[in-house]
Design a binder for this molecule. Structure first.
Ligand SMILES: NC(=O)c1ccc[n+]([C@@H]2O[C@H](COP(=O)([O-])OP(=O)(O)OC[C@H]3O[C@@H](n4cnc5c(N)ncnc54)[C@H](O)[C@@H]3O)[C@@H](O)[C@H]2O)c1
Length: 257
């Protein structure tokens, strides 16, 4: 699917994987809507790439609808939606002190990561469905969601995060099947450990990231946000990839901790 001249929407677009995706899609010729709760970084990036910033909490129906509308209002057909917004959380199902996992934080992670992703899928796909087909396949758009290796092999303390990412993996096939009728594809990327501000900044964060890279088979380093963005672009552009979950992890298989 051609990205030049289309509108694209990236949630979590103000930082890390989302930011790299915004840059990649803009470089491909798309007009990008940066949807994020971080207005300072989001606005600056949108300005830099000639896109539009919309302050958006992905778990909020009206705010995501407003972001989708901003994409429609660019006057270009909305053809690409990428969900990168996400939050982490670390807590065991039952803690060392015997106390159960806090339910409010579990709900919050599900709300942002899983419901937020579905919220964007349903609203972006509805807008894509109203466009004219882009090519002879009858393709109207493509969606890429971001899961995690934790959605497949979650580590100790990742119960909330893993549940949310497992849900994103689980929605990939039924979403692709539902949206086949309107010519919209759905794929999911499952990253291993990619170098973004999610691990913090400064010398401590650098030392932590070095330890994280140790079990990666090859290349023996963290992945980059630019590598993630190139994969997302390929999934958007190559029309025959659909309903797939693609790992980007240097061959890493997560251990229990
Ligand atoms: N970096 C990694 O190693 C890694 C690995 C696996 C999965 N992921 C996933 O990739 C995605 C991007 O992560 P990242 O590493 O770029 O992190 P990041 O913290 O750099 O970026 C996340 C962005 O999401 C935004 N965000 C948070 N809550 C939001 C909400 N409710 N509505 C809208 N925006 C919101 C933040 O403001 C931020 O700009 C996340 O879903 C994360 O779980 C990252």
């Amino acid at each position: 699917m051609e990205l030049n001249g289309v509108a694209a929407l990236v949630s979590g677009g103000a930082s890390g994987l989302g930011e790299a995706t915004v840059r990649e899609l803009a470089a491909a010729g798309a007009t990008v809507v940066v949807a994020d709760i971080d207005a300072d970084r989001g606005e600056a990036l949108a300005k830099e790439v000639g896109g539009v910033f919309v302050r958006t909490d992905v778990s909020d129906e009206d705010q995501v609808q407003a972001a989708v509308q901003a994409a429609v209002d660019t006057g270009k057909p909305l053809r690409a939606a990428v969900s990168c917004a996400g939050i982490g959380w670390a807590s065991r199902t039952v803690g060392r002190d015997g106390s159960p996992h806090d339910l409010a934080s579990y709900r919050k992670v599900i709300d942002v990561n899983l419901i937020g992703t579905f919220n964007l899928v349903r609203l972006a796909a509805a807008a894509m469905a109203r466009t004219e087909p882009a090519n002879e396949d009858g393709e109207r758009g493509a969606i890429v969601n971001t899961a995690s290796l934790a959605g497949i092999e979650g580590q100790i303390g990742q119960i909330a995060y893993s549940s949310s990412k497992g849900g994103i993996i689980g929605m990939t096939v039924p979403a692709a099947r539902d949206l086949a009728a309107v010519g919209v594809r759905v794929n999911t990327v499952a990253p291993g450990i990619l170098d973004t501000p999610i691990y913090g900044r400064g010398p401590e964060a650098e030392a932590f990231k070095e330890r994280l890279a140790a079990p990666v088979p090859f290349p023996k380093r963290l992945g980059t946000a630019a590598e993630f963005a190139r994969l997302v672009r390929a999934l958007l552009e190559i029309s025959y990839v659909n309903a797939e979950v693609v790992r980007i992890d240097g061959g890493l298989r997560m251990q229990p901790k």
